[in-house]
Design a protein around this ligand. Sequence first.
Ligand code: 0WD
Length: 256
Amino acid sequence: TSLLKDKNIVVMGVANNRSIAWGITKSLHNAGANLIFTYRQERSKQKLEKLLDNHAIEPQMIVSCDVEDDASIEQAFQEVGNQVGAIHGLVHSVAFANTDELQGDYANTSRDGYLLAQNISAYSLVAVTREARKYMTEGGAIVTQTYLGAERVVPNYNVMGVAKAALEASVRYLAEDVGKDGVRVNAVSAGPIRTLSAKGVAGFNDKMSVVEEKAPLRRQVDQDQVGDATLFLLSDLARGVTGEVLHVDAGFHIVA
Ligand code: 0WD
């Protein structure tokens, strides 16, 4: 398709070929988007360059951006804006919590651990929206990645569930702010997918098998399905949709 032809889309959070952001990258590339990537760790950048090379995807830019650091975010988007002009889309696929707090009792969460999860997983969307909107002068869309643990108690997801609840509320408040500029903000709530980050959540394999057993579609979802749903939300097909959380979870969230 050419749903995103001539659109400049920034993708944040490709760590390796299992990253949800990599599934999204493939969908956006197939839809004709011009892709700009941000990375935090040098190691991720090298993996990203190799992946892009293997898939014959020519990135428009690859920029360093640590979402814990306002100056880094400001600089990254300034560089992107200066080089490509208008930004039409932003994919936020970034989260972090200490693994020792992704198990046991939520009540034992430390103050620092709580703030860290909120900082990287929720506040980062606020900060990148603020910087990106300066260059979203032709309208556009922002899509973040969330999880059912925001809505319900999912064992071990703990502090990250609370961060995702803040993220989803932020999607709604941000949608109101930037709606005036013709920019939409939405979230995809994916079912469990085996990635680097997922490894940090205790009992993750059990979550995956429960989905297979209980979800209406009786199967897992994968990065490519999240990629296509994200493509939809970024594209003009979703021009009437903002402030929404779209579940891409084989229907798991509707089942008691
Ligand atoms: O089951 C799953 N895997 C699900 C994940 C189900 C539903 C939602 N999600 C969410 C995650 O919570 C996250 O928001 O999807 C998003 C992407 O997660 P992923 O694809 O599972 O994880 P991963 O492949 O580890 O990518 C996360 C990226 C990494 O990239 P880098 O380049 O930094 O290695 O988030 C990055 C993380 O390191 N990240 C940061 N990026 C910029 N600044 C930061 C930071 N401070 N901290 C973490």
